[in-house]
Ligand binder design. Structure first.
Ligand SMILES: Cc1cc2nc3c(=O)[nH]c(=O)nc-3n(C[C@H](O)[C@H](O)[C@H](O)COP(=O)(O)OP(=O)(O)OC[C@H]3O[C@@H](n4cnc5c(N)ncnc54)[C@H](O)[C@@H]3O)c2cc1C
Length: 449
């Protein structure tokens, strides 16, 4: 295999198309049923079966149609091999891979692997966040794009930033306006973002869209509580409401659906599987990985810059694989998008709710390990995340740390007075996504034939 592309979001799709122009026969895998990644999720089905929703999700969503059509065309001509519902679960730096999907399991060696595996929402642990009816803002948006529905009753968003504003507008168009916004203390610093504000001027159209979304929210009927602390979600068997404190005292509001958001971060696990070098980026409170040997990275996996940048970096990765230089217009656009990102980082700093969280907050959802248990273990086993993993099994469940690794680093760093970058995150072992014993046995049987 000369080029394995993991992820069929904007970065993976544009890399695949560009690589065909440069003489490759790429294989694209993605664990979702349709190409499009997060921003263009289920766009193909929406165009075919729910065209009304194109208007609801807005022009940035519909814009992906041309990319998807070009990709579909290249797949039907046989220029690109595409495996949907197929998950990469092992990778090393030399390009040795293992993936499993409806076509079975394939292991082997790729000359080059592009990780275009995108982003995920930063987990936002608060007491009660494991109750049914609580999910991420992005998860709710993916549910809507896939044709699903949110539970009936009041929807409350906890968090700040572009994605909550966008979803609130999409819900308004769907006739389900958000009942309330709770912005945790420190989640929004639009006017105090100082020199980073200049970055907003580098992408005026995007900045204008953001201002319009903010204006729509202010003009709407949603209540907004700012600088909220001690947020606690409650309910008997499923979410019924939230309690929190503001400058005006204790609040108690009802909700049947609570959507959490503390920004988005690169989906680190595929890159950590390949042992790529990582460094902590304090302003985004996450790690960025660097490409090495056979492995390339493009799109949000290499740092959150949005869909336009993902398309550019995907194209650049394919050019680099062919030994060609990047287009200078692409490089200039990327520079402007990076300036805009600096503005967003300053305007919506990560809240990192795991810091100093209540003792009963679940941190590791797979193993149901609470903050108190982690703090006790850190006192005896030390602050090394791998020691905590051995002591408590945190990060060993089906999510392999996706939903707890950042929170553990934040919690332990806050308690021990160090920086999360010094604490680090647990090492990762294959399989990075769940695979059945039958899959592993099948590989072993093939090897022994
Ligand atoms: C939940 C969510 C919703 C978002 N919604 C919007 C939005 O509405 N508007 C907007 O401007 N931005 C949105 N974003 C930001 C968005 O990430 C980028 O704008 C853009 O989609 C990034 O493109 P990408 O190609 O880098 O990655 P993505 O679009 O994230 O695509 C990555 C793809 O890789 C797949 N993948 C990951 N790991 C594996 C694996 N191990 N094996 C196989 N496949 C794998 C994923 O399923 C996904 O399809 C959203 C982000 C998230 C996390």
């Amino acid at each position: 295999m000369d080029y394995l592309i993991v992820g069929a979001g904007p970065a993976g799709l544009s890399a695949a198309l560009e690589s065909v122009q440069r003489g490759f026969r790429p294989v694209v895998i993605d664990n979702r049923p349709e190409p499009g990644g997060n921003i263009y999720a289920w766009l193909g089905s929406t165009c075919r079966n729910r065209r009304r929703h194109l208007g609801i999700f807005g022009p940035d969503y519909a814009k992906g149609t041309a990319l998807l059509e070009a990709f579909d065309k290249a797949v039907s001509k046989g220029a690109i091999t595409y495996h949907p519902l197929t998950r990469l679960w092992q990778l090393d730096r030399s390009g040795q891979f293992a993936f499993t999907g409806p076509q079975g399991t394939r292991t082997g060696q790729a000359t080059r692997v592009l990780l275009a595996t995108g982003a995920q929402e930063r987990p936002m642990p608060v007491p009660g966040w494991t109750l049914p009816g609580v999910m991420g803002v992005g998860a709710a948006q993916i549910l809507l794009k896939s044709g699903g529905a949110l539970p009936d009753g009041p929807v409350v968003i906890v968090g700040a930033g572009p994605l909550p504003l966008l979803l609130a507008e999409q819900l308004r168009r769907l006739g389900r306006p958000v009942a309330g916004f709770i912005e945790p203390r420190g989640a929004s610093n639009l006017l105090g973002s100082g020199s980073a504000l200049l970055g907003a001027a580098k992408a005026p159209a995007t900045a204008l869209k953001g201002m319009m979304l903010l204006a729509r929210r202010s003009a709407g009927k949603s209540r907004i509580w700012r600088r909220a602390t001690e947020i606690r979600i409650y309910g008997d068997g499923r979410v019924q409401g939230l309690r929190f404190a503001t400058g005006n005292g204790q609040q108690d509001i009802q909700a049947t659906c609570v959507l959490l958001h503390d920004g988005i971060i690169p989906n680190l696990n595929p890159m950590r599987a390949a042992s790529l070098p990582m460094s902590y980026v304090a302003e985004q409170a996450t790690w960025h990985c660097r490409p090495q040997r056979a492995i390339q990275i493009a799109g949000d996996a290499s740092g959150i810059l949005g869909a336009d940048a993902a398309i550019i970096t995907g194209r650049m990765a394919a050019a680099e694989a062919a030994g060609a230089a990047a287009d200078s217009a692409d490089l200039r656009k990327l520079k402007r998008l990076r300036s805009f990102r600096r503005f967003l980082d300053a305007a919506y700093p990560p809240v990192r709710t795991a810091r100093g969280t209540a003792a009963d907050t679940v941190i590791c959802r797979c193993e149901m390990i609470r903050a108190e248990t982690l703090r006790t273990a850190a006192r005896s086993a030390g602050t090394d995340p791998n020691a905590l993993k051995r002591a408590l099994r945190v990060g060993m469940g089906p999510c392999q740390g996706r939903l707890c690794a950042h929170s553990i680093a934040d919690l332990i760093a806050a308690d021990s007075g160090s920086a999360p970058g010094e604490i680090g995150i647990q090492s990762i072992r294959p399989p990075i996504l769940p695979v059945s014993f039958a899959t592993l046995a099948e590989i072993e049987l093939r090897r022994n034939l």
